[in-house]
Design a binder for this molecule. Structure first.
Ligand SMILES: NC(=O)c1ccc[n+]([C@@H]2O[C@H](COP(=O)([O-])OP(=O)(O)OC[C@H]3O[C@@H](n4cnc5c(N)ncnc54)[C@H](O)[C@@H]3O)[C@@H](O)[C@H]2O)c1
Length: 325
């Protein structure tokens, strides 16, 4: 675990993952400043106790000073579909934002970075579980921009001694009390299933029922956001000057779309109508992580791997949101 009393800049800390990691950092006794432009985040998601700066990563130089121990960089545009229709937005915000952030860190003398990368850098895997040495062949601009930033970080570490860790998340799910997933539009399966349980959608579409999987539906690796957050705290300790460590984060244990829907029916006690739809282009049958490196190098031990528990936490959050509306 990190020593207490450090000072961290969390970009994107008004979003889903950034807010939960900020809450973990505060609980561990650190000081946190959130930098977020609220483009997809929410002011009320910034945990109490964190300082908040409403601003863009592109302007990080205005806010950074040498008093920070590290930056955790979550801020990005992350809708896969939108990245296909508006790729320039993704290259500008994700890659342009990272260029500006790295320059600001260099000027301020901040030498440690933890970056939110993604399983989307791998594209359609040749084998599963996916290891970090698998070929990277993103199938959409979102994944391509994240891979470009990973390459940028590798060269920054070599040239300037940056201590960097990229964490490649698989499907993040669940909630941390009042901090949970609020994407608009939502494209992730568990929140969509829960919106259907709430009657906010008529049915949940199942894209493809003829995949070579046990029940014919796609299999994905769901990781609880609290387990994910713990990996970030460990990454801050593991980062070494001049090195860029890349770790996948997943459970190594896949669940099918049908298993998710069935488990959500049990957890919520609600009817969740489903509609069979055709396969979507670029949707691999199985996407499951090998997180051996995170276990070995970071000492990471995910403990919330039960699908019903992940969905139950997301359901509690979804109901809180509903009653707040
Ligand atoms: N949620 C997942 O399943 C998942 C999976 C893989 C990777 N990731 C990555 O994790 C990170 C966080 O994802 P999330 O689900 O919390 O997304 P999110 O949209 O909830 O959070 C992103 C936050 O960044 C802010 N932001 C975006 N561009 C900004 C900019 N230029 N300057 C300042 N703030 C900006 C947004 O307002 C938002 O609060 C992203 O980088 C995403 O690509 C997420």
């Amino acid at each position: 675990m990190t020593s207490t009393g450090k000072r961290y800049l969390v970009t994107g800390g008004a979003g889903y993952v950034g807010s939960v990691v900020a809450a973990h950092l505060l609980a561990a006794g650190h000081r946190v400043t959130v930098l977020d432009d609220l483009s997809t985040g929410f002011r009320e998601a910034v945990p109490a106790g964190a300082e908040f700066i409403e601003g863009r990563v592109q302007d990080a130089a205005r806010h950074l000073d040498g008093g920070y121990d590290a930056v955790l960089h979550f801020a990005a545009s992350s809708q896969v579909g939108e990245s296909v229709t508006d790729p320039a937005k993704y290259w500008s915000n994700n890659v342009g934002g990272a260029i500006d952030l790295l320059a600001a860190m260099r000027s301020a003398g901040i030498g440690t970075l933890v970056f939110s990368s993604t399983a989307a850098v791998y594209g359609e895997p040749a084998t599963t579980p996916i290891r970090e040495d698998a070929a990277t062949a993103p199938t959409n601009p979102y994944g391509a921009t994240k891979l470009a930033v990973d390459h940028m970080i590798t060269s920054e570490a070599a040239a300037h001694g940056l201590a960097a860790v990229s964490l490649r998340y698989f499907n993040v799910a669940g909630a941390h009390g009042a901090y949970g997933e609020r994407h608009e539009p939502e494209s992730h399966l568990i929140p969509l299933v829960l919106r259907t349980a709430q009657g906010r959608r008529d049915s949940i579409s199942v894209f493809g029922t003829d995949y070579p999987t046990p029940d014919g539906t796609c299999v994905r690796d769901y990781i609880h956001v609290d387990d994910l957050a713990e990996a970030h705290l460990l990454a801050l300790t593991a980062a070494r000057s001049g090195e860029h460590l890349i770790c996948n984060l997943g459970n190594g244990n896949g669940f099918s779309v049908r298993e998710v829907i069935e488990t959500a029916r049990k957890v919520t006690g609600r009817d969740i109508p489903e509609t069979a739809a055709g396969r979507r282009a670029g949707d691999p049958a199985v996407l499951v992580a090998s997180a051996d490196r995170a276990r070995e190098v970071l000492g990471w031990r995910p403990s919330r791997t039960d699908l019903a528990g992940i969905i139950a936490d997301a359901w509690t959050f979804a109901r809180q949101q509903e009653s707040a509306e």
